[in-house]
Design a protein around this ligand. Structure first.
Ligand SMILES: [Zn+2]
Ligand SMILES: [Zn+2]
Length: 126
């Protein structure tokens, strides 16, 4: 099967929106225009080449430094770095080999790429 990519590099989900299931079809313009706010489940970072890992309803704590991120990415259990209870703002937490982010609302990554020069995440295909 041919690889398909999400519309506008896909959406990155923040609560209450969910990240799509593993076997779901990619986001299309039609779905987005219909109001389907579903995050891409195969986000790739063009800087480090890693697939972005997602932690729904969590927020990164500040108990690590930017230099730790490549090593954190490889760790299986990131529980000690993630706050999941008593969140002041609901977010989904994301990590690639070079960035961590807390996302509070669902947005198209193409728009984020245009707004933020450091935004290197986009749909990696389905
Ligand atoms: Zn990266
Ligand atoms: Zn996608």
């Amino acid at each position: 099967m041919e690889t398909e990519y999400c519309y506008e590099e896909g959406a990155i989900a923040g609560p209450p929106d969910e990240i799509m299931g593993l076997f779901d079809a990619p986001l299309t313009k039609e779905k987005w225009d219909r109001g389907e706010r579903i995050g891409c489940n195969n986000i790739r970072c063009s800087d480090c080449g890693k697939t972005v890992r997602a932690f729904p309803n969590a927020r990164w704590k500040s108990n690590f430094s930017h230099h730790d991120i490549p090593e954190l990415y490889e760790q299986k259990d990131l529980g000690e770095y993630l706050q999941t209870e008593n969140l002041t703002y609901a977010t989904h937490a994301y990590i690639c080999g070079c960035h961590v982010r807390n996302i509070g609302g669902t947005m198209l990554m193409r728009e984020l790429q245009m707004d933020d020069l450091r935004w290197t995440w986009g749909c990696g295909g389905h």
